[in-house]
Write a protein that binds this ligand. Structure first.
Ligand code: GMT
Length: 375
């Protein structure tokens, strides 16, 4: 076999971190000369860079009245099996145990004695921290993890949580997420003007899918509790519906200070224009949005849970506070607002730390070394 690998990537195509990491990894592999086959129900949102080495294979889901609930796992396993055979894949890298690793295991069974790709499963969090406690999913997640050829997690914290939740004894490799900022397409000044941020105001930024676990409510309350409340503007880069939070914004009297934009593609333009990122998650295996903020040279205030302390260097690149504590969040925001020199030095340290520890080429090579163990 030559050095060029044929890699199938199964991921969610949506704006979430797992889909972004899977897509960026696929693009890095394609640029490095490997042949990459993405398999999903839609073309992943970040798959907009043309390259002759990547291919997209859609999974078509028909809705039959016979089925009360539409099924994705079975057509996905058929597609995985077809692509594996038609293109002679060496590696099948799936992001999430359910349903992706489960579908891949079925595809392998269907292939009988023919040559099969090695199955690598990357756990991003929700298999363990959400579904792992559900008795209707737990056994199939454990089965899918234990029957993958190789398993990776995006943080040491998720590895330990996965071992504890499922009682896994087979090895798990930690390969942290990565991020490489792109040059901005607009100036910081034009973004601040667009958002109506005055020179003496501080622009806080939060970026997430706004699911309940992101605790957006805590961020809103922190803004209203902050000593510097009058100087704060909060910009939310939303990958979900902000409507459920509107009543709290009104109740707190911060309507003129909160701006929301949905499905922004040029997130880097906004990240470079903010003063600091604010993240209040109650569960987070890694926190890709946090890394994206740090990589743009911005300090963060974030909760001290899950994999976040592996991403944020406490008191060097950001401040960590306990979850569910808007007051502590407000105090940490005030500390950075009151001290521009500290904010600047945390920001510079954040940019360097992100480029050093969460470097894209480094992560790509780590995955390649891991793949080769199973060939
Ligand atoms: O956090 C989410 O709601 C989305 C989820 C996803 O599929 O993108 O995020 C998980 O994977 C990301 C990429 O590895 C991690 O950065 C997030 O921390 C992780 N979310 C949780 O663990 C809750």
């Amino acid at each position: 076999m030559d050095n060029r690998l044929k890699v199938g990537i199964v991921c969610y195509p949506t704006i979430g971190g797992s889909g972004i990491v899977a897509t960026e990894l696929g693009l890095l592999l394609a640029e490095a000369g490997h042949e990459v086959h993405f398999i999903s129900y839609e073309q992943p949102v970040r798959l907009h860079v043309e390259h002759p080495n990547w291919f997209f294979h859609p999974v078509l889901v028909n809705e039959y009245t016979l089925f009360k609930y539409p099924d994705y796992t079975l057509p996905l396993s058929v597609r995985i099996s077809e692509v594996s055979q038609d293109f002679g894949l060496d590696i099948l890298h799936v992001h999430y145990a359910v349903p992706h690793a489960t579908a891949a295991l079925l595809a392998r069974l269907m292939q009988g004695e023919t040559r099969k790709p090695a199955l690598i499963t990357t756990l991003h969090g929700t298999d363990t921290n959400l579904l792992g406690n559900d008795p209707h999913y737990r056994p199939i997640i454990k089965y899918s993890i234990e029957n993958s050829c190789g398993v990776t997690t995006v943080s040491e914290s998720l590895k330990q949580q996965t071992i504890a939740t499922f009682g896994i004894s087979s090895p798990i490799e930690v390969i942290p997420n990565f991020f490489e900022p792109q040059p901005p397409t607009r100036s910081s000044a034009s973004i601040r003007t667009e958002l109506g941020v005055e020179d003496d105001e501080i622009l806080l930024l939060h970026m997430s899918n706004l699911r309940p676990g992101k605790r957006v409510i805590d961020i809103l309350q922190a803004v209203s509790l902050a000593k510097n409340r009058a100087r704060l503007k909060l910009f939310v880069l939303a990958g979900g519906d902000f409507q459920p939070y509107e009543s709290e914004v009104q109740r707190l009297g911060i309507r003129n200070q909160v701006m929301v934009k949905n499905n922004v593609k040029e997130i880097g333009d906004y990240l470079q224009a903010c003063d600091l990122g604010v993240y209040a998650s109650e569960e987070e295996s890694f926190g890709l949005s946090i890394l994206e903020t740090l990589a743009h040279g911005k300090p963060v205030v974030a909760t001290d849970i899950g994999g976040i302390p592996e991403v944020v260097q406490s008191k060097q690149t950001g401040l960590l506070v306990p979850p569910h504590d808007p007051k502590a969040l407000a105090e940490a925001i005030d500390q950075l607002v009151d001290d521009p020199v500290l904010r600047q030095s945390f920001g510079e340290a954040a940019r360097i730390d992100a480029a050093t520890r969460f470097n894209a080429a480094q992560a790509r090579d780590h995955y390649l070394r891991f793949y080769r163990r199973f060939l």
